[in-house]
Design a protein around this ligand. Structure first.
Ligand SMILES: [Mg+2]
Length: 213
């Protein structure tokens, strides 16, 4: 496995449900806040807001992308509101910290959330100071993963050579285009079989420990 990654000079990490597990229940909070925001912004009841969010997620990639394209919504107030979450129950993850630190090369975070959200969550995990860059949806001109233009924009900003990079991500949809661009792809979460997934793990810390051993 290590040999398969020996060419990698940049390690790209998604944030939510990748650097922490779904059981930490952070994205659950964002989900609730996004539905509340949609209810208010579009004057809908909760079932209607959930329904429209599901549609936008499927058609546009994220709730925000759908709101922007269909309703010309201002993204920054949305991002501020939906990332006001409680992280006080999150424990520092020293094992994850040690393993990421041992990786050779640049380590960056790229999330469909905001950079401020990435800073907030990684601070709670005790890993905020070990990354060389953090990028949010704002760095991709508010275009979400999995759009190719979004990946291209963030990779260009950081100077990532896709053929020398690896991507850890829990959303299967966000691995297909990076694979086509030349990245090594690692699905973090429940196993799925797709030709564009090189590796799978449901335990990021354990996967990294074998990679840096
Ligand atoms: Mg994620």
């Amino acid at each position: 496995m290590q040999h398969d990654f020996s060419h990698v000079t940049t390690w790209v990490f998604d944030l939510d449900n990748t650097l922490y597990p779904p059981s930490d229940a952070l994205f659950d909070q964002i989900d609730v806040l996004m539905t509340q925001y949609v209810m208010q912004a579009l004057n809908l009841d909760e079932p209607a807001a959930d329904k429209i969010r599901a549609t936008y997620w499927k058609e546009y990639g994220t709730t925000l992308a759908g709101l922007m394209e269909r309703h010309d919504l201002d993204p920054d107030p949305f991002l501020d509101a939906v990332h006001k979450i409680d992280v006080s129950h999150i424990k520092k993850n020293t094992e994850l910290r040690d393993n990421i630190t041992k990786l050779n090369g640049r380590k960056i975070i790229y999330t469909n959330g905001s950079k401020g959200h990435a800073e907030n969550v990684t601070r709670a995990l005790g890993i905020d100071d070990i990354f060389d860059g953090m990028y949010g949806v704002e760095h991709a001109g508010y275009q979400p993963k999995p759009r190719r233009a979004a990946f291209e924009r963030v990779f260009a900003l950081d100077g990532v050579d896709p053929t020398k990079a690896a991507l850890f991500e829990d959303d299967v949809r966000n691995l297909e285009i990076p694979h086509a661009m030349g990245l090594k792809t690692i699905l973090v979460g429940p196993k799925e079989d797709h030709p564009f997934i090189h590796y799978h793990t449901d335990d990021l810390t354990d996967f990294l420990s074998r990679l840096v051993a």
